[in-house]
Every structure is written in C-alpha cells, then in structure tokens.
Write a protein that binds this ligand. Structure first.
Ligand SMILES: [Zn+2]
Ligand SMILES: [Zn+2]
Length: 230
C-alpha cells in the first residue's frame, strides 16, 4: 500500500451549515435507487454473527490458554482499527483511496461535533463501511487464519475468526449508534453516550487528523497518546 501525500487542510475547519448541506445533498443524491439501508445493516451483521456461530460450533474442547486468544486479538484489532482509521481513512492510500474520499471529505464534512445525527435511514450509507467490507476483511485475513490453524491449533484459528468478526460487527453497530439522533433510545443508553463523546471529539474537523482515532473502545488512543484532552 502506498500513502499519497494529501493536503487535508481545506477540510480541517467546520464549514457553515449551507456548505455542509451541499456536500450532504450530493452524497445522498449519489445513493442508488435500489439502496436498502436495513439491508446494508443486516448483511454485515448476519455474515458476522453467522461466522461467529460457525467458528464457535467447530471449537473442540478449547483450553484456557486457547481462550486467551480472545483478549489478545481484541487488543491487536483495536490497535489495527486506530492505524487503519488514521492512515487509510484520513490519508489517501493506494489502492484503498475510495475509503479516504468517503471518510475525510464526506463523512467528516457532513457530521460535525454538534451535528452528529443522521437525518434519515438512507444516511446509513454515509456511516457504515461498504456492505462487502466484512467479507473482504474475513477473506484478506485468511492467511492469518490458516497460519494459526496449521502452526498453533484449529481452536485458536476459530477463536481468531470469531473475535475479529465480532469486532467488525461491534464497530458497525457502535458507529451507527453514535450517529443516531440523540432522542433515539439506543443513543440514550449510558454506554453509547460514553463512547459517542470520544467519537464526537474526533468529529471536530480541526482535531480529526490527530486525535481520537478509535471508534469502538479508545484503548489504542490511550496507549498511543492520542486521546484529546483540550
Ligand atoms: Zn463518525
Ligand atoms: Zn475519522
């Protein structure tokens, strides 16, 4: 992967509502007529939960040491989330530049700290990763799965699949929850409110290139010193 230097300064200030609404209207207009917001949410959820159920059903008497795979992988994928968000969603990186264009000049211009809410279910499209993302993550991590299966144990490989897929589903659900209207009962739960505060700071355009890159639990931000304390 090659990072291309990009001048992001023009997006690093909060644009007036009229300008943000123009970007929003253009993004919403580009959504194809056949787009189904509930289908977009259901696909990664069902694929993820299905792979978790399959992996867990194939476990064969895992030892407590093998169960340690779960916390270890959770920490590693949390660091990976930080790195992908910082280096691929906020920098143009070949061949995944489309992720940058959908994130920094679009997601971050439309949703800002004090205006985080989606206005319609069609706007799921502006928040969720592409529907095939979870399959792409599963397939591209198969070399790791195979290596663990062959060199460590099938149980560890299965727990790796279950943990990574669970993480992707949690990422999608949490990120969507942060962008719900504040009156929504899911948005009002304590956990979502607590975690949303961290993501809302990241939605300050002046701060987004440097702070609060975790979208789920801000562990990597804490470890790497990128929790904003201004
Ligand atoms: Zn967001
Ligand atoms: Zn971001």
């Amino acid at each position: 992967m090659i990072t291309k230097r990009t001048d992001t300064r023009s997006w690093e200030h909060t644009q007036p509502l009229r300008a943000r609404d123009r970007v929003r209207a253009k993004a919403v207009d580009a959504i194809p007529w056949w787009y189904s917001p509930w289908g977009h949410l259901a696909f990664p959820s069902l694929v993820g939960l299905g792979l978790i159920a399959t992996a867990l059903s194939l476990l064969h008497e895992p030892t407590w040491r093998e169960w340690l795979t779960v916390p270890i992988v959770l920490v590693l994928v949390n660091l990976n989330e930080w790195s992908v968000h910082r280096n691929i969603l906020h920098q143009r990186t070949w061949p995944l530049e489309t992720l940058f264009w959908r994130h920094t000049p679009e997601h971050h211009v439309i949703f800002v700290r004090d205006d985080m809410a989606m206005r319609a279910t069609r706007e799921f499209r502006l928040v969720l990763i592409p529907f095939y993302g979870i399959l792409a993550i599963f397939l591209s991590s198969l070399p790791v799965t195979a290596t663990l299966w062959l060199l460590v144990s099938p149980n560890v490989a299965l727990l790796w699949v279950a943990t990574t897929m669970g993480y992707v589903v949690a990422y999608e659900w949490l990120h969507l929850a942060y962008h719900l209207p504040e009156s929504n009962p899911i948005a009002r739960t304590g956990l979502v409110r607590l975690l949303r505060r961290h993501h809302a700071v990241h939605h300050t355009p002046e701060l987004m290139q440097r702070w609060n890159f975790n979208v789920t639990v801000p562990l990597a931000d804490w470890l790497l010193g990128t929790v904003y304390r201004g």
